[in-house]
Design a protein around this ligand. Structure first.
Ligand code: ADP
Length: 191
């Protein structure tokens, strides 16, 4: 099993690239953002509780996403591994993921970090808002808050993973195809 974290600020292209990478390498794509949006779309209690947090660009509680991920891991069979997108987002979530994988005789094999300029991030998110209709993409203030939350709460995971020798930065600027080529190149080197 090969388990990979795809990492980077909001708008860095994690979702776009994850779908392609998962297909090419037979990995199961697990996006906590997509799972949460599915709860909202289905009108569940959980979805209702989480939607106001998400529309402000804040993080939902760690327990919520940790439980979602654990359930998905346990219900997936016959895959070559998992591609985690938008999870973990805090060091606490990272520790929980490591423990979860360890209990199942797995580990995090690599963390691929997409590096994108700040102005490009804002541009991509505002453009995406026109198509996706995501409320958290429409408002420039919410976008800035999401980037700040990333810097404060999520970026520390990079150091944590660097110490484990699994950190791999990737140039996230350029065309979707070029970035995919770079990511696929690193995927092939993962052991
Ligand atoms: P982005 O495209 O901004 O990276 P996502 O689709 O991954 O966004 O997530 C959208 C929102 O869902 C986040 O801003 C946050 O409110 C919530 N969310 C998603 N994943 C997590 C997580 N692992 N921990 C806490 N909140 C999360």
């Amino acid at each position: 099993m090969v388990n990979v974290l795809i990492f980077g600020p909001p708008g860095s292209g994690k979702g776009t690239q994850s779908v392609r990478l998962a297909e090419k390498f037979n990995l199961t794509h697990l996006s906590t953002g997509d799972m949460l949006r599915a709860e909202i779309a289905a009108g569940t209690d959980l979805g209702r509780k989480m939607s106001s947090i998400m529309s402000k660009g804040e993080l939902v509680p760690d327990e919520v996403v940790i439980e979602m991920i654990a359930k998905k891991i346990d219900s997936t069979k016959g895959n070559a591994g998992f591609l985690f997108d938008g999870f973990p987002r805090t060091v606490e979530q990272t520790v929980a993921l490591e423990e979860m994988l360890k209990r199942r005789k797995m580990k995090i094999n690599s963390m691929l970090v997409l590096e994108v300029d700040h102005d490009e991030l804002v541009k991509r998110l505002l453009f995406r808002a026109e198509q996706s209709g995501r409320p958290d993409d429409k408002d420039p203030e919410v976008i800035e808050n999401r980037i700040d939350v990333y810097k404060q709460k999520t970026e520390p995971i990079i150091n944590y993973c660097r110490q484990r020798g699994i950190y791999q930065p990737v140039d996230g600027m350029g065309s979707i195809e070029d970035i995919f080529g770079r990511l696929a190149g690193y995927m092939k080197k993962i052991k």
